[in-house]
Design a protein around this ligand. Sequence first.
Ligand code: PLP
Length: 478
Amino acid sequence: MKINDFREHAHRLVDWMADYLEHIEQYPVKSKSKPGELLAQLPGKAPQKGEPFEAIFKDFQEKILPGITHWQHPSFFAYFPANASPPSVLAEMLMATLGVQGMVWETSPAATELEERVMQWLRDACGLPSHWHGVIQDTASTASLCAILSARERATGFQSNESGLYEQPRLRIYASEQTHSSIEKDVKIAGLGKSNLVYIPTDERYALRPDCLRQAIEEDLQRGYRPMMVVANIGTTGSTAIDPLADIAAIARQYDLWLHVDAAYAGTACLLPEHRYMIDGIEQADSYVFNPHKWMLTNFDCSAYYVSDKETLLRTFSILPEYLKTGLEGQVNNYRDWGIALGRRFRALKLWFVLRSYGIEGLQQILRRHIALARWFKICIEGHPEFELMAPVPLNLVCFRYHPQGVNDVEMLNKLNESLLQRLNAGGKLYMSHTKLQGQYVLRFVCGQTYVQEQHVQQAWQLIEAESRRISKLLSLL
Ligand code: PLP
């Protein structure tokens, strides 16, 4: 593609992007595509000859778009959001154009130094300890893997990197039974064995029980195992439950455990001073992750990983083959040594654009709006005789279920709610997801999309109520 053609197409695409965002509500939130539908439309072989941009863009609109679920739709209430925002998209365009690969300082000094600065801004804006060092990872899964590997090295005196785990005692990791599945995946990747991830029971708020943690550690010590790490959740995936960090930290200190804090979603709320109670005790943590790519308007991927001891991280990951030597080692940060991948995107740019465009106050305003919307929705649930709240709502995720009077069988309620969710999502006007809490099927409603406003939440509530009435009618006919 010639540069002049690129210019013309890029202008057109930017117009398309602005139109898309302006009229996004005309799309069904959740794609209606059937399995294999797109595959059947794509040729089995790559084209031998280049095709005109027109043809590619036409296919994008006609074939690809129908298979897209619109995460930036204001009625996207599913999972946790993966928010983009105009400044973040603009930065992503620049990043792609520069095509920077920031593996070492020298391969783009600005990429490294901007990352240092924005990670420090973010740390301070969230009230995290001022001596912490931050690095951008692709995802929380990767950040937690870094934490587990660092903890493994510290616990084995850096011997597991040298000679593997063959001569080590069984290293044990503790996390609440509500912990995100990425921790189990990371434990497996780290070669620790998933049977060494000990799930700790939770209380009625779905938060880890410190008494059970202590008991599990004591039992492991008696068996001759080596307790190595505890993961505390600030905002579980199921219900944004908040583990009692200060109590967990005291236990971690007593037994010399690495304390990793997974605040992948809820960490963004620490921009709000009134929500920092969630991280009381954070100064005792060894590592912490939260994802600006979820709630902080910075498009995927961008995960903020902080450590209290930079040296352990570097000792775990440093490599220095001849071809990567620059002579500046020790004087600058080479972020390839701060994580798993060698190659690194220039993600700091989009964080910088977002932080500067909105300012901390602008972000706070949006977060407070989201939390207020969730509170409104929660009140609707609480005030309706046929709906019930299924977990506390510390932030902007409301877990609830439809519970018609006279139906008390758990399996029946599970089926009813599954069917309610399917019917609502098939309608295309909103998108929610579900989880199970104590074996009960629960609908998850997250008010966190960048563009969500009061009318979207009100419309969602009307749709949910109307659909539940239809189900009630069907039930009465049985
Ligand atoms: N931790 C928690 C609490 C999450 O909710 C999620 C994803 O939703 C993750 C970790 C994994 O995030 P990522 O997709 O960035 O790996």
